[in-house]
Write a protein that binds this ligand. Structure first.
Ligand code: URP
Ligand code: ZN
Ligand code: ZN
Ligand code: ZN
Length: 484
C-alpha cells in the first residue's frame, strides 16, 4: 500500500491500551496501523513519543455573542489556532440562537464565521426560543444537516427556558436522535442571592462566587436529569463544578439514566480565592458556574479518575480584560455586569496531561478517552476520536518529558490573559494533524486559514445505556393510555 505519510516508532495510545507501532496515512485517512510500515512520501519519526487521537474540544465559545451582547475575542481563525497549539485536531463550538432568530439564520451566520477555521469544526446549537416552528421544523432540519446536539440554559434571564421549554426540547431531541446539553444552575436562587448581596452593597468580583451557590448547581443538575428521564432523552451536563453535582451524576448513571457529563480544568486548577485578587484582577476569574474551594478540586479529580465524566472540556469563553470584554460596562461595576467566562482552549490538554497523567491521577488511556474518544462517541463524530483504519488522520504526537511554564503568548489566542499563567506543565503536543495535514509542528503553525471543514455528526452512541420508562408513560400502568 502507498502512503502519503507514515508516523513511525511511536507509542500509540488509544482509550483501550497502548502498543508501539506505525500509522500509515492516505488521503487524509488512517489507512493502516501495524508494527512496522514501510514507504510513505513523508516519514515522521515519533521517536518513542506518545501518538494519540487529536483532541476534540467539545465546549468552546467562538465568535459568539453572550446573551448580554458581548462578542468573544476569538473568532474561528484565532480560536482554532489556539485549539491546535493545545493538541486539538477538531472542535465543536456553539452556534447560539438569539430570541426571535430562526435556526436556519443561526446556522447560516455560523457557517460564515466557521469558514475561517484551520481545524475541522461542527456546532452545538444553543436554543433560547423554542417556538413551535423551531421545535418541529427548524431543529429537525438542523439535525438532518448533522447538527445533532442542542444546548439549553437553566440560568441567565435571556436564555433560561423554564422546565416546560426544556421538556419540549428534550422530547424533540429524543425523537430525532439528538443529545441535549444543559447549563444547570437554578436561576431564581442566583437572582435572589444577587438581590441580597446588592442590598448589602457587596459588589466586588469575589461575591460572584457567593451569588451562585453550590446548591443552585446541585438542584438544577438533579432537576435536569429528572426532566430528561420523564421523556427518556439523553442528557449531557456541561461544566460540573461541584462535588454534589458529580455525585448526583454518578448515582443517576448507575441507575440507568442516559446521562453524560464533563468538568473543566478551571474547576480542578483554580479556586474562588482567585476572585479575591487585588483591584479588578478578580474579574478575570468570573465564570459560571463559579470557581469553588480546594475541597471541590480534590473531589472533582476523584470523579475524573473514577469515570464519572466523559470529558474534560475547556469552556473557552474568551472575554478580554478590557473595555471590549470583561469591562464593556465599565471598570467600576458590580460583579453581575462583568462578562462571564475565561479562556483555556490551548491549556486544557497540557493541563490534563500534566496534572492527570504525569502526576499519576489518570492513565494515558483515560487521557485519550477524556480528551477525544468519548466526545466523539457522545457527539456522533463518527470519523474522529480513534486511531484505527478508516478514521480521519486526526493525530497528536506528545512529548511527555518537556516541561513548560504557561505564558499568555504561547496560548496563540486573541486574549490578554490566561488564568493558568505561571503554571509549570509537563507534556507538550509537538505535532498536531487534522485529516493528515500537519497543523502545528514544534511550535510553528503550518495551517492555512479556512482549511478546516465542517463535519456532519451522527446521533449519540447510546450503547450500554439502559434507558428509563416513567411509569406514567407505561401503558400497563396508566389505564392503557398511549402517551408516546
Ligand atoms: O462563564 C461562562 N462559562 N461563560 C460562557 C457561557 C456559559 O455559561 O457556558
Ligand atoms: Zn418533531
Ligand atoms: Zn455554561
Ligand atoms: Zn460554556
Amino acid at each position: 500500500m502507498e502512503f502519503d505519510t507514515v508516523i513511525h516508532s511511536g507509542t500509540i495510545v488509544t482509550a483501550d491500551g497502548q502498543f508501539s507501532g506505525d500509522i500509515g496515512i492516505s488521503q487524509g485517512r488512517i489507512a493502516a496501523v501495524a508494527e512496522k510500515l514501510s514507504g510513505g512520501e513523508t516519514r515522521i519519526d515519533a521517536g518513542g513519543r506518545l501518538v494519540l487521537p487529536g483532541g476534540i474540544e467539545a465546549h468552546a465559545h467562538i465568535a459568539q455573542e453572550s446573551s448580554a451582547g458581548v462578542m468573544t475575542a476569538d473568532d474561528y481563525l484565532s480560536g482554532s489556532i489556539s485549539a491546535a497549539f493545545g493538541g486539538n485536531s477538531s472542535f465543536i463550538p456553539f452556534a447560539a440562537q438569539q430570541r426571535g432568530q430562526s435556526i436556519d439564520d443561526v446556522i447560516a451566520t455560523y457557517d460564515a464565521r466557521g469558514a475561517r477555521s484551520v481545524l475541522d469544526y461542527s456546532y452545538h446549537l444553543i436554543v433560547s426560543d423554542p417556538t413551535e416552528e423551531v421545535l418541529h421544523d427548524q431543529l429537525p432540519r438542523a439535525f438532518a444537516r448533522g447538527i445533532t446536539s442542542f444546548k439549553v440554559f437553566m440560568t441567565y434571564d435571556l436564555m433560561n427556558l423554564g422546565d416546560g421549554g426544556m421538556l419540549d426540547i428534550l422530547e424533540v431531541a429524543r425523537h430525532h436522535g439528538a443529545i441535549t446539553m444543559v447549563h444547570a444552575e437554578n436561576n431564581d436562587m442566583v437572582k435572589w442571592m444577587n438581590r441580597r448581596l446588592a442590598d448589602k452593597g457587596l459588589s466586588a468580583p469575589k461575591y460572584h462566587a457567593i451569588s451562585r451557590p453550590q446548591l443552585a448547581e446541585e438542584e438544577a443538575i438533579n432537576r435536569a436529569i429528572q426532566l430528561a428521564k420523564l421523556v427518556d432523552a439523553p442528557l449531557f451536563i456541561v461544566h460540573v463544578s461541584t462535588a454534589g453535582g458529580a455525585e448526583i451524576v454518578r448515582r443517576e448513571k448507575f441507575n440507568g439514566a442516559k446521562l453524560f457529563a464533563e468538568t473543566c480544568p478551571q474547576y480542578l486548577a483554580l479556586t474562588r480565592d482567585d476572585l479575591d485578587r487585588a483591584g479588578m484582577e478578580g474579574a478575570k476569574y468570573i465564570c459560571s458556574p463559579p470557581l469553588r474551594g480546594a475541597d471541590t478540586q480534590d473531589a472533582l479529580w476523584k470523579h475524573v479518575a473514577m469515570g464519572t465524566f466523559e470529558s474534560v472540556s475547556s469552556d473557552h469563553a474568551p472575554y478580554r480584560a478590557d473595555d471590549t470584554g470583561k469591562f464593556l460596562n465599565g471598570r467600576d461595576v458590580a460583579y453581575p455586569a462583568i462578562a462571564n467566562g475565561m479562556p483555556g482552549i490551548a491549556a486544557r490538554l497540557p493541563y490534563l496531561f500534566s496534572e492527570g497523567v504525569v502526576k499519576g491521577r489518570i492513565t494515558p488511556e483515560q487521557f485519550v478517552a477524556l480528551s477525544s474518544t468519548n466526545a466523539a462517541k457522545t457527539f456522533g463524530c463518527s470519523t474522529k476520536g480513534r486511531i484505527a483504519p478508516g478514521m480521519d488522520a486526526d493525530i497528536a504526537i506528545w512529548n511527555p518529558q518537556v516541561t513548560r511554564t504557561v505564558v499568555q503568548a504561547d496560548q496563540h489566542d486573541n486574549m490578554d490573559y490566561t488564568p493558568f499563567e505561571g503554571m509549570e506543565l509537563t507534556g507538550v503536543p509537538e505535532v498536531v494533524m487534522n485529516r493528515g495535514a500537519t497543523i502545528v509542528s514544534h511550535g510553528t503553525l503550518m495551517a492555512q486559514e479556512g482549511q478546516g471543514r465542517f463535519f456532519a455528526r451522527a446521533a449519540v452512541d447510546l450503547r450500554g445505556k439502559a434507558g428509563f420508562t416513567a411509569p406514567e408513560f407505561d401503558p400497563a400502568q396508566n389505564f392503557g393510555t398511549q402517551l408516546r
